[in-house]
Design a protein around this ligand. Structure first.
Ligand SMILES: O=C(O)CCC(=O)C(=O)O
Length: 270
């Protein structure tokens, strides 16, 4: 908390495994992992979960498995955040809303108040997301105790225009829950690094581990600073990856190479 007053955040990435099509099991497991996280890291300010952690990519049964209005998920995330006084970027879940299924992120502050909600904009055809899910229609910037941050989910990081749009709205941190599988580790690391360097922002990315639906997920959750240095990186097994996000570094890097002041939008905006 004292550190946080100076813009330094202790952050944990909950790099967990997910069971295909088992929302109840997965909720228990995420609760356990989060419980372990706060017990092992009493100085924690914020925790991040992976993508679609309630169901995995059980898309053929997604209508029966998805959380209606995200009610069950929102209830426990809110209670957990308030009880342990931490902010939670709740990864994403399959959420059923208005007869459609969305890949939705919820963000809770340390009072347990829902601060933001983001539905994944870019659906990933290689996993047939577009056949089963509806896409979100708007980008989301949110604020937690003076940290301005942008939301993105997995495949979204292949679209530099989204991260740039969030940065232009003031985001200094980009959160990226993911289910990113082999053999594209090189893409994952390079794209995350690029989004951090080009936008001079922190990238805080939590990827799942384990296997499901014919894919093997490699973890490698990462915290990357605005200069492109890796603050923390996970391995390929289940673990809690922790590091510090120092918001003053964003201003320092943006001052050193003034990319935002030097933009020429008239020359390239579509
Ligand atoms: O873009 C990729 O290679 C992986 C994306 C993905 O797995 C997803 O968006 O769920």
């Amino acid at each position: 908390m004292a550190e946080l007053q100076q813009g330094k955040w202790r952050v944990a990435l909950v790099q967990g495994d997910i069971r295909l099509g088992e929302p109840e099991e997965n909720r228990k497991h995420m609760q356990e992992l989060l419980g372990r996280t706060v017990a092992e890291h009493p100085d924690l300010d914020l925790a991040v979960l992976p993508e679609m952690w309630n169901t995995g990519y059980a898309l053929d049964r997604i209508h029966e498995l998805a959380d209606a209005e995200g009610k069950a998920t929102r209830e426990w995330l809110s209670a957990f955040a308030a009880k342990h006084r931490i902010h939670i970027v709740g990864g994403s879940i399959a959420e059923k809303r208005d007869g459609k299924i969305y890949n939705t992120m919820y963000v809770f502050d340390r009072e347990g108040k829902e601060t933001a909600r983001y539905a994944k904009i870019h659906l990933f055809r290689l996993m047939e997301e577009e056949k089963y899910l509806a896409s979100g229609e708007r980008n989301v910037v949110f604020e937690l105790e003076r940290m301005k941050a942008g939301a993105s989910i997995c495949f979204d990081i292949r679209f530099p225009e989204l991260a740039r749009t969030l940065a232009l709205q003031g985001a200094k941190v980009l959160f990226v829950p993911a289910e990113w599988p082999h053999p594209r580790l090189h893409h994952w690391r390079t794209l995350l690094m690029a989004r951090a360097i080009e936008n001079q922002m922190y990238v805080v990315a939590c990827n799942r581990v384990g296997s499901g639906g014919g894919a093997d997920f490699f973890g490698h959750s990462m915290i990357i600073d605005p200069w492109g240095e890796i603050v923390a990186e996970g391995g390929e097994g289940e673990e809690i990856v922790t590091g510090t996000v120092d918001l003053s570094l964003v201003d320092e890097v943006r001052g050193r190479i003034p990319v935002f002041a030097d933009r020429r939008p008239g020359c390239y905006e579509l």
